[in-house]
Design a protein. Sequence first.
Length: 154
Amino acid sequence: MKDPVRLAVLRLDGFDRDVALPSYATAGAAGADLRANFPDGAGVTLDPGARVLVPTGLALAVPEGFEVQIRPRSGLALKHGITLPNSPGTIDSDYRGPLGIIVMNAGQEPFHIAHGDRIAQMVLAPVVQARMDEVETLDETARGAGGFGSTGRG
């Protein structure tokens, strides 16, 4: 395995320094778990259909040429309907503010997010920026303009 890319993580003042930094649960994990870090330590209960910005108590310095993608945790989504409505969220390489996670309860029951709970995962990914070239027409393909299920089922 080649050397990992360095991702600078800053703990913000006023947050619990004992809450674990983002970490990979297994050697093959693509996403590092992010934890809720409430300044008052109380957590929050999310009613069905509600959403909230959950603080992590962290800020990141994402290296140039990369982004951090914020994604739901599959176990929370399957068991409780807890998801991220803007998934994947993007943390750009030039953002240095607090890392907050927009969490939504798409389930049927209220869900409590406790201080220190793993609430999302982050994936460091390379970014390629495009040069936009305005054209008069696009090249033809077999699919053409078909979308939204046009390729069939199965």
